[in-house]
Write a protein that binds this ligand. Structure first.
Ligand code: PLP
Length: 461
């Protein structure tokens, strides 16, 4: 399988090349040249476990890692999960909840980042070289990225977060990791400051090259690919239904885009039900065809407080008949005017999506109602998906709702929804007494660069 850019300026990459490039050099996103259709194989997947499914699905898109090595990467990536099923499907009052939060940081990002960390390690071992990962986080992504690469050779990770502005729990998930290759940088400033520092460092190409800077953001193709697997897992755990539907709480369009790939591979997903909070750029797109930037609003489902969905360009590329010209026109309209429009009826698989948005009040109400009816505790992100899933399901086929975080990660919201309930998890309880390490730094580009270069110089000597 070869990889190309959605904007046409990069071609002929192998899977490992695409993973190491991350964002395409022409500013587009990397996508496989074709999406293989595996319909004929589906009956043979009956009863297969997660590792076999991962090897099968990923094998369709990777031809530059030998099968035995890929298998070993997969085993190591999902050996860190606390369920042998990896992503177990649980019946909650007639809805099938696919629990994606059994990894080390209790959020679905582990599914992708455990795999990505191991692929990075594999490629560096084979090709030589090193990687300095730099990221900015307001919460969940940072800890999952750290968990993905902690202790790995030839990889350092530097995660910036705004000092005092992440939840104490989220901060502990990062700062209790004491491996030498992990550096938590508590920045005096806001999350926006962290992001703008990140941008200017990545824009300094000389520095980026000199220090082999890399990112783990949600546009890396390996992340999407790892997420395709659990749609197959849901299908197999349901017992190969003729059709099913999936509701996905959505922010950057990474998770649901993986479902779109699975659907194009032939998995019988009737509709992908896209659920947003009040940050509803994608819901507006799927109802009007107009993709228009708004302001970011803080919500009870903070990992979805996103206005521009970074994976959306990949979807446009396939819907526009794989035409880089059409993608470029749409994206340049969007970046110059803040809005771009397309005719939904002209899209290739328009019927694939329905969508809806959920207020904070309804998020709380859904958490409370589901708990009352079935004793199952939804995290606020999952609650957004469940509400829209139930409202939008079009047929009497099984409905799968993706559960993206364990409720204990958002215990403050849970307590608001159901007074007197305390959501907890042993992994998080353990963190409370562990030692922490972080470096407090001024929010200045030069200071962060100095930190990275000094750290690397010390490693060499
Ligand atoms: C990142 C995240 C999401 C959103 O996923 P996207 O791939 O960005 O659409 C939803 N829920 C939780 C808990 C997350 O961490």
């Amino acid at each position: 399988m070869r990889y190309v850019s959605t904007r046409g300026g990069v071609q002929g990459l192998s899977f490992c090349d695409a993973v190491m490039m991350g964002l395409a050099d022409d500013g587009g996103l990397l996508v496989p040249e074709t999406i293989p259709n595996v319909s004929a194989d589906l009956p043979h997947l009956a009863g297969k476990g997660y590792l076999d499914l991962a090897a099968y699905v990923m094998g369709q898109f990777i031809d530059d890692i030998p099968a035995a090595e890929l298998r070993s990467i997969i085993e190591r990536s999902y050996g860190t999960f606390d369920s042998p099923t990896v992503t177990p499907l649980v019946d909650v009052g007639g809805v099938h909840v696919l629990e994606l939060f059994h990894g080390p940081t209790l959020a679905f990002k582990d599914v992708a980042l455990q795999f990505l960390g191991n692929v990075f390690e594999y490629v560096l071992n084979k090709r030589g070289g090193r990687l300095n990962i730099l990221g900015a986080t307001s919460g969940d992504t940072g800890s999952a990225a750290i968990a993905g690469v902690r202790g790995k050779q030839n990889i350092n990770i530097f995660i910036m977060f705004p000092e005092g502005r992440t939840s104490p729990l989220q901060e502990k998930q990062m700062t209790t990791v004491l491996d030498a290759n992990v550096q938590n940088l508590a920045i005096e400033g806001s999350f926006d400051d962290c992001q703008s520092i990140l941008k200017s460092i990545f824009n300094d190409l000389a520095f980026k090259d000199a220090y082999d800077l890399g990112a783990v953001n949600s546009v890396n193709w390996a992340r999407v690919l790892a997420q395709v697997v659990y749609y197959f897992s849901a299908y197999v755990q349901l017992g190969l239904p003729a059709r099913f539907e999936v509701a996905v709480p959505t922010g950057n369009f990474g998770n649901i885009f993986a479902g779109y790939i699975a659907r194009r591979m032939g998995l019988p997903i009737d509709t992908l039900i896209l659920a947003t909070n009040q940050n509803d750029i994608l819901h507006r797109f799927f109802t009007t065809g107009r993709y228009e930037r708004g302001e970011v609003h803080l919500s009870h489902s903070p990992a979805m407080d996103i206005q521009v969905a970074s994976n959306f360009e990949r979807y446009l590329y396939f819907e526009f008949g794989q035409s880089p010209e059409k993608v470029k026109t749409f994206m340049s309209d969007f970046s110059s005017t803040g809005a771009a429009t397309t005719n939904l009826d002209s899209l290739d698989t328009n019927a694939a999506f329905t969508s809806g948005r959920v207020s904070d009040e309804d998020t709380l109400a859904t958490i409370a109602r589901v708990f009352e009816e079935s004793g199952y505790l939804l995290d606020p992100h999952t609650a957004v998906g469940v509400q829209i899933g139930l409202a939008n399901r079009r047929s009497k086929v099984p409905l799968v709702c993706l559960a993206t975080a364990h409720p204990s990660k958002f215990d403050d919201v849970i307590a608001q929804a159901i007074p007197g309930i305390e959501a907890s998890h042993p992994t998080l309880e353990l963190l409370k007494d562990l030692p922490v390490r972080k470096t407090l730094l001024e929010g200045e580009v030069r200071i962060i660069k100095d930190f990275i270069s000094t750290f690397n110089d010390q490693q060499v000597s």
